[in-house]
Design a protein around this ligand. Structure first.
Ligand code: HEM
Length: 355
C-alpha cells in the first residue's frame, strides 16, 4: 500500500479546476473558494457517516449502556467537526468581496442550495418539509439533479435522529414504575416551591404594590409553563415536537443526572443540544459572511442571500425542546427524593466480600 494510492490523492489533488482559468482570466482566490467547499463536503461526509451509525444503534429495541457511550463519543466527534466548520468561515473571509466578484458570475447558477450532503444532514437530523417556510420548500430540492432528489426523498422517508431519540426517551420506564410516578412527585414539589415563592413576594417589605404585581405576574407565567408540562391536553396544544412522555423522561434524566445510570443519557441530551448550537452558529457565521461578500445582492441559487440565510438560522433549531427543558429545572436541593428501590437501580453497587 502506498500513501497516495490509499488516499486516492491523484483524484483529490487533481479536482480543482478554476472556471476563471478556463476563461483565460485566472482569478487567484478561486482556488481557495474551490478547496474550502471541497473540504466542507468531506467533513459533511464524515458527519453523515457518524449520524448514520448513531441512527443504526437507536433503531434497536434496547440500547445498552456500552452503546450509549459509543453514541456520546460519536456525537461529540461531530461537534468537534462542526466547531471546525464554524472556524473555517474565517478562512474564506480572507477573500475580499472584490476578489470574489472577479469570478462569481462564472459560477452562475451553481449554489449552496445544490449541496445534497447539507440537505441530507438537515433531513437526517430531523428537519421536515413542514418545518420549512414556503420559500424554503421551493429551494429544498428544486436545484438538485433528479437522482439527488431521489436520494433526498429516501432520507426524508426514513426515521430521523430526532424521531429515534423521541422513541428512545419514551421507553424510559423509570419515570412511571413500581408505584412511583415521576411527574406527580415533581408536580407536588413545584407546587410547594411556587407557593413559597408567591409568599416571599407578598411578604417582601422592600417591594411596593406595583413591583409585587410585576413579580406575581412573572411567577404566574412560570406556573403556566409548568401546567403545560403537567397536562396532556395543554401539552398537545403547545409547540413541542417531542412527545410529553419523552419530555418528562428528558426532565427526569436532567434532574437526576448525577446518578451513575443517568450520566450517559444526560450526555446524549446535552451533546445533541451542543450539536444544534454548532449548526446554528455555522448558519449565522455563513449568513454574516454572505452579507459581507454580497451586501444586498441575491444568491446565485435565487434566494435573497443574507436575509434568507439569517432567517433559517433563527428558525431551524432541531432540538428546541431540549432548550425548553431548562425552564422546568428545579434546584438540586429541592428535587423530590427518589424511592430507595429506584435510587438503587440508578446507582453502582459494589459487593465487598468478607475474608
Ligand atoms: C464567498 C463565499 C460564499 C458565498 C458568497 C455564499 C453564498 C450563499 C448564498 C447566497 C446562499 C443562499 C442560496 C443562494 O441563493 O444561492 C448560500 C447557501 C448555502 N451555502 Fe454558501 N456561500 C459561500 C460559501 C459557502 C461555503 C464555504 C459553504 C460550505 C459548504 C457553503 C454552503 C452553503 C450551503 C450548504 C447553502 C444552503 C443553505 C440553506 O439552504 O440553508 N457556502 N450560500
Amino acid at each position: 500500500m502506498h500513501y497516495s494510492e490509499y488516499l486516492k490523492l491523484d483524484k483529490i489533488l487533481e479536482a480543482q479546476f478554476l472556471e476563471s482559468s478556463k476563461k483565460q482570466k485566472p482569478a487567484h482566490d478561486e482556488m481557495l473558494f474551490i478547496i474550502i467547499h471541497q473540504v466542507y463536503e468531506l467533513w459533511f461526509k464524515q458527519i453523515l457517516f457518524e449520524l448514520e451509525s448513531i441512527r443504526t444503534i437507536f433503531k434497536k429495541e434496547i440500547v445498552d449502556d456500552q452503546e450509549l457511550g459509543v453514541i456520546v463519543s460519536r456525537i461529540s466527534r461531530c461537534n468537534k467537526i462542526l466547531k471546525l466548520l464554524v472556524d473555517q468561515v474565517s478562512i474564506i473571509e480572507t477573500m475580499t468581496p472584490s476578489a470574489f466578484l472577479e469570478f462569481r458570475d462564472l459560477l452562475n447558477p451553481a449554489s449552496g442550495f445544490q449541496s445534497l450532503q447539507f440537505r441530507k444532514l438537515e433531513t437526517i437530523l430531523g428537519l421536515k418539509l413542514e418545518d420549512r417556510s414556503q420559500i424554503e420548500r421551493k429551494f429544498f430540492n428544486s436545484r438538485l439533479k433528479p437522482n439527488e432528489q431521489a436520494e433526498l426523498n429516501k432520507a426524508l422517508s426514513e426515521k430521523s435522529l430526532k424521531e429515534l431519540v423521541n422513541s428512545w426517551l419514551s421507553r424510559l420506564e423509570l419515570i412511571d414504575t413500581k408505584g412511583f410516578s415521576f411527574w406527580k412527585n415533581f408536580k407536588q414539589t413545584v407546587d410547594i416551591m411556587l407557593k413559597n415563592d408567591s409568599n416571599t413576594i407578598k411578604n417582601n417589605k422592600t417591594l411596593n404594590d406595583i413591583e409585587k404585581d410585576i413579580e406575581i405576574k412573572n411567577l404566574e407565567s412560570i406556573k403556566s409553563s409548568f401546567n403545560v408540562l403537567f397536562n396532556q391536553d395543554e401539552y398537545e396544544k403547545a409547540d413541542f415536537s417531542l412527545s410529553r412522555r419523552s419530555m418528562l423522561a428528558a426532565l427526569f434524566i436532567t434532574t437526576y443526572q448525577d446518578y451513575p445510570l443517568m450520566h450517559l443519557p444526560y450526555k446524549i441530551i446535552s451533546s445533541l443540544l451542543e450539536m444544534d448550537e454548532w449548526i446554528t452558529k455555522w448558519r449565522y457565521a455563513h449568513a454574516l459572511m454572505v452579507k459581507r461578500m454580497l451586501g444586498q445582492r441575491i444568491g446565485t441559487g435565487g434566494s435573497s442571500g443574507h436575509e434568507y440565510l439569517r432567517k433559517t438560522a433563527e428558525k431551524h433549531v432541531l432540538f428546541a425542546d431540549f432548550f425548553k427543558l431548562n425552564t422546568f429545572l428545579i434546584p438540586k436541593s429541592k428535587r423530590p427524593e427518589l424511592p430507595k428501590e429506584i435510587q438503587e437501580l440508578l446507582g453502582y453497587h459494589y459487593q465487598v466480600s468478607k475474608r
